[in-house]
Design a protein around this ligand. Structure first.
Ligand SMILES: [Zn+2]
Ligand SMILES: [Zn+2]
Length: 779
């Protein structure tokens, strides 16, 4: 599904795209593996997936907005003056626009205008017939073919509607608002709030950015798709793009927006396309490889720019009311490191200035919560260039990490899981059996040992198949729920590594359930229950999507139908009417359920997946003795089904998500600094140490502040360090064998804490940890 999502993002600029070529994983789509990224080098902040599961499509596009945006803290600044912008542009020493403009501007326009004149003649010659346009409410309107446009219909309905909408959908297909309708059809009118509308809006904005880049750099453009949080354009420039160029690019973009440049569509033959884009080898490549000989595709003109694009677009650039460059990075043409290195510029735009202000405030909040910042401030973890992408967890970070593993382990006991430990390094023969060797070597760390090839495991499944196959199995043993916190290594490009979200070394809460087909429904229900329980502990909302049989499926239709029916039944039982279906988006080896969680900033992340797999059991020839096998010796061996599942996904990435979700204010059970005991003066140090020792002995994280600071300063430091509770002790407390309690999340207790008997608070703290409650509240 994600691969398709990416594709649909790029597709508007690519008439006929080759899916394999642009797969986000650089891995053929039939492969049971998942790379985290489609970008070779990027500074983008992509919360790339690290789920354990063997799909080519689990990589997540960037969901978190650009935190490194140089504008992220603009909200604090007074309004930028135009003068300052101009100065900044001049500051780079480059003019705003090339004088004269590159020769290809006139070259393209000349061809465009000739062909457009022909096309206008063609349209004029089309018969005008009465047609019927059906709106979503079922109402019908009369119109004229080759004359009435969706915009005309919108204006008829209401002026405000016509101003609000950004794109039309004709018979289910996106359609330019000002492109005449050709026959009777259904018509939907979409605004920016609609997901597809938003994508069209951002895609159109990418053209503006492309135009500004051509005018500023004289660059050769490549691809310019919308993303989940804006858009980018990729280009070959003579000089590297820097932050200092942003004001100039924004200024040129603004002038294009002010001109209300119309997006004009034109169908052009492959021959003419090659002539039109003869100056640009990237467009040449795209035309040569994506447009079959003898066919044609569309270009769009927008001001001086003509671009290869299937569209559609907003009617004119004036619809864009706020436009901002957010970041830039280096990339490779088509994401292939053997291709030319390119510059990629990202931006965001809105139909309302207010939305940009809100977006900047959101960025500022996200930057404050950045897990890399909090990780440093709270001394949780760090990275070192001697092992890029492999995290060093400091003692306090390790406490959080272990609490997550303890959570999963405690659930495993209750839910009939069995934990195993399998090797980290395997002979290439194992990877040949699993299919990784043929198709995933780029993603693995390969070593030569005693003249043979070995590799560090990029996932646990093949090892678990060996465990299942280590002796004969009977149906009576099934289901086997095999869990492992195995260390996984994936050879991510060093330029793509980002904090804890994109790493080379990580651990997953990985499980493979080996079961009989008839057990699927119960297993799935149990998994939903497990997942819901875990996400509930963090306060995450989640969304479920079922992806069904793709065109390139393996196995029989009957097996698929049966598995999908069970998945649907299990989903419907647990979440009646609350899940979506993605037809044809399953992995080739089985259907899957993707679970997306939403954090406190309402950002989405995919952590959990539940994937059925009929193929790995075949490859490893896994079998069990079925109930009837002894009676029927001719019967082929019974094959188990494997369910790959992870709930947290990569623990590293999950830690990044929850660090930002909680903004470093950890709930008590996860907190690496739970209790700070502060003696009001030296004579009470002993009592403070006694309390701290007692709490530590009970498995809680307690510290004493015996420093030289004043009491208020110590309390303040404890608050900054996010201790959940601060216990202050003096004479009064010793006399009453009690403590004075300040609760981090209860402002009322901060001035003068509450006196609580020591025994009582100890019991309550232990109970609070055990409850794994989100509320920092003592009962
Ligand atoms: Zn376009
Ligand atoms: Zn797996």
């Amino acid at each position: 599904m994600v691969a398709q999502k990416l594709l649909s993002r790029i597709q508007p600029l690519l008439p006929r795209i080759n899916r394999t070529r642009l797969s986000p994983c650089h891995v053929p789509s039939f492969l049971p593996v998942h790379r985290a990224s489609y970008l070779s080098v990027s500074h983008s902040r992509s919360f790339a997936m690290a789920t354990p599961h063997p799909v080519a499509s689990t990589s997540q596009p960037a969901q978190i907005p650009a935190l490194q945006s140089p504008h992220a803290d603009d909200v604090k600044k007074p309004k930028e003056s135009k003068k300052k912008d101009a100065k900044a542009a001049a500051g780079t020493g480059f003019p705003l626009e090339l004088e004269p403009a590159p020769a290809f501007f006139d070259h393209r326009i000349k061809i465009f205008e000739e062909l457009k004149a022909e096309y206008d003649e063609f349209v004029k010659a089309q018969p005008r017939e009465e047609i019927t346009v059906t709106l979503p409410d079922g109402s019908e309107r009369k119109a004229k073919s080759w004359e009435t446009s969706p915009m005309d219909v919108a204006k008829e309905v209401s002026k405000s509607l016509s101003e609000r909408i950004v794109i039309a959908k004709v018979d289910g297909q996106l359609w330019d608002l000002e492109r005449p309708l050709e026959k009777s059809c259904s018509l939907e009118l979409l605004d920016f709030e609609n997901e597809e509308g938003k994508k069209v809006f951002w895609h159109s904005s990418a053209h503006v950015l492309g135009e500004a880049s051509e005018r500023h750099y004289g660059c050769h453009l490549c691809l310019g798709p919308p993303t989940d949080d804006g858009f980018f354009y990729e280009m070959a420039t003579d000089r590297p793009v820097t932050n200092a160029d942003y004001p100039a690019l924004e200024k040129v973009s603004e002038s294009a927006i002010k001109e209300k440049q119309k997006f004009e569509r034109l169908v052009v033959s492959k021959e003419k396309l090659l002539e039109m884009f003869n100056y640009n080898k990237y467009k040449q490549y795209l035309i040569q490889t994506k447009v079959p000989d003898g066919t044609s595709t569309t270009v769009y003109r927008c001001g001086p720019m003509v671009d290869l694009c299937v569209g559609p677009h907003i009617p004119h650039t004036g619809k864009i009311k706020a436009f901002m460059i957010t970041k830039n990075s280096a990339s490779y043409f088509l994401g292939d490191k053997d291709n030319d290195s390119l510059q990629r510029i990202y931006g965001i735009s809105f139909p309302d200035k207010k939305q940009l202000t809100e977006y900047k405030a959101f960025l500022a909040e996200a930057a404050k919560r950045d897990h890399r910042k909090i990780g440093k401030d709270q001394e949780l973890f760090f990275f070192n260039d001697l092992s890029p992408g492999s995290c060093f967890f400091l003692p306090h970070g390790t406490r959080i990490y272990n609490s997550l593993i303890e959570l999963m382990r405690s659930e495993y006991y209750k839910r009939g899981y069995q934990e195993v430990i399998s090797p980290n390094i395997y002979n290439s023969k194992l990877w040949e059996t699993s299919g990784h060797w043929q198709n995933y070597t780029d993603g693995m760390f390969v070593l030569d040992i005693e003249k043979e090839k070995w590799a560090l495991k990029p996932m646990n499944c093949p090892g678990h198949c060996l465990i299942f196959d280590s002796r004969d199995r009977s149906y009576k043993e099934l289901p086997i729920r095999m869990a492992e916190f195995g260390i996984i290594h994936r050879n991510e490009a060093s330029g793509a590594l980002t904090g804890l979200t994109r790493v080379r070394r990580f651990v997953q809460d990985d499980t493979h359930v080996f079961c009989m087909p008839s057990q699927l429904e119960d297993e799935l229900s149990a998994l939903f229950d497990f997942m819901q329980h875990v996400y509930g502990l963090f306060g995450f909302e989640f969304r479920l999507e079922l992806s069904t049989r793709p065109d390139n499926y393996l196995g029989t239709v009957e097996t698929w139908d049966e598995a999908e029916a069970q998945l649907k039944k299990a989903l419907e039982k647990q979440y009646p009417g609350q899940w979506d279906i993605n037809p044809g988006d399953g992995a080739f080896y089985g259907p899957k359920i993707d679970i997306t969680i939403r954090d406190a900033l309402r950002r989405s992340f995919q952590c959990a997946t539940i994937q059925l797999d009929f193929q790995l059991p075949e490859r490893f020839n896994l079998k069990y003795r079925g109930p009837d096998d002894a009676l029927n010796l001719d019967k082929p061996p019974s094959r188990p089904v494997i369910i790959h599942r992870a709930i947290l996904g990569s623990i590293e990435r999950f830690m990044a998500i929850i660090t930002e979700h909680f903004a470093g204010k950890w709930p008590f059970w996860l907190s690496p600094r739970q209790i700070l005991v502060i003696p009001v003066a030296a004579p009470y140090k002993e009592y403070a140490a006694e309390i701290s020792d007692r709490l530590t002995g009970l498995g809680l994280f307690a510290d004493v502040d015996n420093g030289e600071n004043t009491l208020p300063k110590k309390i303040r430091n404890g608050e900054i360090a996010q201790y959940n509770f601060i216990l202050v002790v003096g004479q009064e407390e010793i006399d009453a064998r009690s403590v004075n309690v300040r609760n981090r999340d209860d402002v009322g207790t901060k001035a003068k804490g509450e006196m609580v008997p020591l025994d009582e608070i100890v019991d309550n703290l232990v109970a609070l940890k055990k409850s794994r409650s989100l509320d920092n509240k003592l009962v």
